[in-house]
Design a binder for this molecule. Structure first.
Ligand SMILES: *Cc1c(COP(=O)(O)O)cnc(C)c1O
Length: 393
């Protein structure tokens, strides 16, 4: 099948077990695929847009209800949909950060958090992770004190990733937020790897803002995401337009500048909505995902010289491994060089490991079935054995 314009049909998740770190949680559900077909046309959700004209008021399809559901599901007061987690960061930074303001990030922060700070003219100040690649409350306090000493004031905002993208480690956000709040620093909880994957309770964590990624973790098309906040911050963050045309004197009612009026106007939103009932259900079974992850980790650990760089035992399915002492030793002598590993996996119907990577690489077993992880575990061991690496069972 071809789509025309030189575009082939993409058949990745149909033909392979996909362990790509960023793709595992974003694969569409069957309902989302149907929604994509039904709502692909531009501005398709606007069919029944009535006064007051704004995306989050549309009743059919039930977009207004979805907004309320998302807010209560995250245990926050109000929510909006955004074109990706990054646009959530941007809206918050643009509202709460002024030029020259120090902003707390961490040594494991995602680049999009840096760009959000940059766009608002803020100055990034990173909390350093400890030797175990964990961001701690103590390190947070120390960094705030350092910023205060150097600049005479506390940071105005903090971005904290519950699960970081580098190690997939689960950081103690509640404790970090507690410390930040002692200095009156509002905290953006970055749930790019958690919202839609495991249960998230914003109020319990003390979060001022909760951001999630639709296409990374909510089985939604890209670009999509959610931004939720408390009643207190909503007034500023979701302020309505105050501008007026000088000639026409036109005003724009309840449109929100940070949302540019409306955000996801078709397939992205309806896809996210269609997956939502499935997503709400799947977060309750994260223990099953960890058990599946463990099956693959045990297999990798049985290959002599392999190290798990992420915290162990695992608390998330995104995992970073170091195979310098195992798979990489073969890369030096193999005729396919480092490509033998990814190609061995592809031959076995597994995709998502960067071609050529044999030293430090990541994988994510999220959404793989028991059968698939058993197959995956066996595939890694088979490639190792085939190339003469020792297995310790
Ligand atoms: C993927 C990721 C993002 C970006 O998410 P988008 O929805 O693509 O904007 C931000 N932060 C972290 C920690 C991520 O892993």
């Amino acid at each position: 099948m071809r789509c025309g314009a030189g575009i082939d049909a993409r058949q990745v998740n149909e033909l392979f077990i996909n362990i790509d770190p960023i793709q595992a949680g974003g694969r569409l559900t069957c309902d989302a695929i149907k929604a994509v077909i039904a709502y692909g046309d531009g501005y398709s959700v606007c069919d029944n847009c009535r006064k007051p004209n704004r995306l989050d008021y549309i009743a059919k399809p039930p977009i207004a209800e979805f907004h309320k559901d998302v807010a209560s599901w995250l245990n926050m007061d109000t929510a909006r949909v955004v074109p990706g987690a990054r646009r959530g960061f941007q809206a918050v930074a643009h509202t709460f950060v002024q030029k020259g303001d120090p902003v707390l990030l961490t040594s494991l922060s995602h680049y999009t958090e840096f760009l959000a700070v940059e766009g608002a003219g803020g100055v990034p100040r990173e909390i350093m992770a400890d030797a175990n690649h964990m961001i701690t409350a103590d390190a947070t306090a120390a960094k705030i004190e350092e910023v205060k000493r150097e600049t005479g004031r506390a940071p105005v905002l903090a971005f904290i990733d519950h699960v970081d993208y580098q190690y997939g480690n689960l950081h103690d956000v509640a404790a970090i937020i507690k410390v930040a709040h002692q200095y009156d620093i509002p905290v953006l909880y970055n749930g790019a790897y958690t919202v839609g994957i495991l249960p998230v309770d914003g109020k319990l964590l003390g979060a001022d803002f909760v951001v999630g990624s639709g296409h990374k973790s909510m089985a939604a098309p890209a670009p999509s995401g959610v931004l939720a906040t408390t009643a207190e911050h909503a007034q500023k963050l979701f302020r309505t337009t105050a501008i007026e045309g000088d000639v026409t004197k036109r005003k724009f009612g309840i449109k929100e500048p940070e949302m540019m009026g409306c955000t996801l106007m078709g397939v992205t939103l309806v896809g996210m909505m269609a997956s939502f009932p499935h997503v709400k259900e799947r977060v309750k079974h994260f223990d099953r995902e960890l058990a599946h992850n463990r099956c693959v980790i045990d297999a990798l650990r049985s290959i002599d010289g392999t190290k798990i760089l992420s915290e162990y035992p695992r608390k998330h399915t995104l995992t970073r491994v170091d195979t310098t002492g195992s798979f990489d030793r073969i890369a030096e002598i193999h005729k396919k060089r480092g490509f033998y590993l990814a190609s061995g996996l592809t031959d076995r119907g597994v995709t998502g490991v960067i071609p050529g990577a044999t030293k430090i690489w990541k994988f994510n077993t999220y959404g793989s079935t028991q059968k698939q992880v058993e197959y995956l575990a066996a595939a890694f061991v088979a490639i190792a054995e085939e190339n003469g690496l020792r297995i310790t069972r």
